[in-house]
Design a protein around this ligand. Structure first.
Ligand SMILES: [Ca+2]
Ligand SMILES: [Ca+2]
Length: 357
C-alpha cells in the first residue's frame, strides 16, 4: 500500500482538492486559509514527548510508520544510527536473552522493525532488558542466517531522561550502544542489507511492513512485552554517527543530509488519537516517512506529555520495585564480542516455547 492509500485507509487524508497545500517544510505543514494540522497546535511551547503505557495488544498504544512501497527513506538496511531520548518507568519487567539471535524480543520493546519469523529478510529492534533492579538497552539485528542481541550495562530506568544511540555497520556487522554519549556495549552482528523488502508476501500485513515506536508490533503475546515510559526526538540516519564517546545532545535533534527520518514528537496536548499524524521532519529525498498514532488500552496511550529532555522539569529519582522471582532461569551470556549465532531456520524455536515471532 502506498502512503496516500495508507492515509486514506486510515482516515488520515486531511486535505483534498480545493485546499491547496502551500508549503511543505520540515516540521511544518502549512495549509491555505491558515489551517494547520492538529498535532502542530503547539500547546506545549517547550515541545512534547510521547508517553506509552506498554499495553502491547490490539494494535494500540504505539506509533506505526509504514516502510512504504516503493520503499521510504526510513527503511534503512545498511549502515545506520538510530537515536532517541527515553524515560522509563518501573513497569518494564521483560528480560532479553543477551548474545542470542532475536534475544531482544522478550525485553520491553521500544522500537520494533521485526518481521514475523526468520525469513530471507533482515530485521532489527531495541528493548529494555531487566537485570536486577536495572533496565538496560538491548539491541538486536538479524538476517535469514542468524543474528545477535547486544545488551548494555548502563541503567536507563532511574527516573531521568537518557539519550540512547545504536549504530550498525553493514560491512563488518559491528553493533554499538551508547547511553548519554558513553559507549555502553559493542559486539558483532550479521552483515549485509537488512532493509525490509517492500511488497513481499506476508501473512502479517498490519505489522511486518512497519517501523513501530513504543510497542511490540505483532501483538504476539505477553512474553513479548511493550515499553512503558516516554520517548522523544527519534532520529534515523544512514551513517554511523558515533564511533566513540560524545557529548549527548543539549537541544532537540535536527536533520542534516544523512538524516532519513526525524520524529520530534511535538504534538498535543492530550491523547495521541488513532490516526493522528506523526510527522517526519527530516526532509529526506524520497520521503517523508510520516507515521500515525494508534491509541487505546488501560491506561490508554500514547498521550502527549510536556515532559521532555529539555523542559527543565525536575525528574525525581525513581525507586524501582523489588525484582520479582524469575519463573525460570534464563541463560544469559552477555558476551559483547560473541560470534552471531547460526541456528537457522529460526533460533527462537530453540529457546522459547510457543514462539510466534
Ligand atoms: Ca519533542
Ligand atoms: Ca523476525
Amino acid at each position: 500500500m502506498d502512503y496516500q492509500k495508507f492515509l486514506t485507509a486510515r482516515g488520515l487524508k486531511t486535505y483534498h482538492a480545493g485546499i491547496r497545500v502551500m508549503v511543505l517544510l520540515p516540521g511544518f505543514v502549512l495549509l491555505a486559509a491558515g489551517l494547520t494540522l492538529p498535532q502542530h497546535s503547539n500547546a506545549h511551547p517547550g515541545g512534547a514527548s510521547l508517553r506509552f503505557y506498554g499495553n502491547g495488544v490490539n494494535d494500540i498504544d504505539r506509533v506505526k510508520i509504514p516502510l512504504g512501497n516503493p520503499s521510504r527513506p526510513v527503511n534503512v538496511g545498511g549502515d545506520f544510527t538510530l537515536e532517541f531520548w527515553l524515560k522509563a518507568d518501573a513497569n518494564n519487567q521483560g528480560q532479553a536473552t543477551c548474545g542470542a539471535n532475536d534475544g531482544w524480543i522478550t525485553g520491553n520493546i521500544l522500537i520494533d522493525r521485526d518481521i514475523f519469523g526468520a525469513l530471507e529478510n533482515g530485521d532489527y529492534g531495541l528493548s529494555l532488558h531487566r537485570s536486577g533492579n536495572t533496565r538496560r538497552i538491548a539491541f538486536g539485528v538479524s538476517n535469514g542466517n542468524g543474528g545477535n542481541t547486544l545488551c548494555g550495562n548502563i541503567n536507563v530506568a532511574d527516573g531521568a531522561w537518557h539519550h540512547v544511540a545504536v549504530t550498525r555497520n553493514a560491512s563488518t556487522g559491528q553493533l554499538r550502544i551508547f547511553v548519554d554519549g558513553v559507549l555502553d556495549a559493542q559486539g558483532s552482528g550479521p552483515t549485509g542489507d537488512i532493509s525490509y523488502q517492500v511488497g513481499r508476501a506476508t501473512m502479517y500485513p498490519n505489522s511486518d511492513p512497519f517501523l513501530v515506536l513504543g510497542a511490540e508490533k505483532h501483538d504476539a503475546g505477553s512474553q513479548y512485552p511493550s515499553f512503558s515510559g516516554w520517548l522523544d526526538d527519534v532520529r534515523l540516519s544512514n551513517i554511523i554517527r558515533y564511533t566513540g564517546d560524545f557529548t549527548r545532545p543539549a537541544a532537540p535533534l535536527t536533520a542534516d543530509a544523512n538524516t532519513v527520518a526525524l520524529y520530534s514528537l511535538d504534538g498535543g496536548p492530550g491523547n495521541c488519537t488513532s490516526g493522528s499524524l506523526i510527522t517526519d521532519s527530516s526532509g529526506a529525498s524520497g520521503g517523508p516517512s510520516h507515521g500515525e498514532c494508534r491509541f487505546g488500552g488501560s491506561p490508554a496511550g500514547p498521550v502527549w506529555s510536556s515532559d521532555t529532555p529539555f523542559s527543565g522539569t525536575p525528574t525525581p529519582t525513581q525507586t524501582l520495585p523489588p525484582t520479582p522471582t524469575p519463573s525460570r532461569t534464563l541463560t544469559q551470556t552477555p558476551t559483547p564480542d560473541a560470534t552471531p549465532s547460526i541456528c537457522a531456520p529460526d533460533c527462537r524455536f530453540l529457546f522459547l516455547p510457543l514462539v510466534r515471532r
